[in-house]
Design a protein. Sequence first.
Length: 227
Amino acid sequence: MVGDEASKLRSMLEVNYPMENGIVKNWPDMCHVWDYTFGPNKMDIDPKECKILLTEPPMNPTKNREKMIEVMFEKYGFAGAYIAIQAVLTLYAQGLLSGVVVDSGDGVTHICPVYEEFALPHLTRRLDIAGRDITRYLIKLLLLRGYAFNHTADFETVRMMKEKLCYIGYNIETEQKLSLETTVLVEPYTVSCTQFHCKHTYRLGPEDHIQLKKGSAANFLEDLPQS
């Protein structure tokens, strides 16, 4: 099962992720995702009559790129294939040819300068910390508070919790003050536990934030040219 269908039954399934840090690690599972995407359940296309545009993060390993093209041509038989860097396409969508793109997805974060449609790899910065790592850290915080999230399906539960309740605090001192002196930021979250036929309510305070090293973001940006 793939995608939303697997998510609905995640409490009874072992959920796997074919990509890690933006790179395909499990090709059989990745092909299963593509089978589902190109098949009658989603796009319902004949690859031999189509050309495909694939996206990749900056600094994607050459072997990973070659394998993607090999699969597209030899397994699916697409008439043509092109791989584009996600940061460049982001600027295209805004009608721009030059700029600096900060792209933080599920598995990897990139700061990528683009000049006249060309990504500049020697100035690109890669950070293997992204949404999935924040979810793992939130699970760790909840475990420290005594809440058990041990099943693979629990990862998706915490991910949804993160997306609904968590945010970036622009002024950490203000956030900490609100956390200590008020309950204005406290939000309830109810999780259905079908295996126990009950419900648990979790309250997450703003003290459950992720602390980055001071100046780390500035260090990444120092070498980037201004667009």
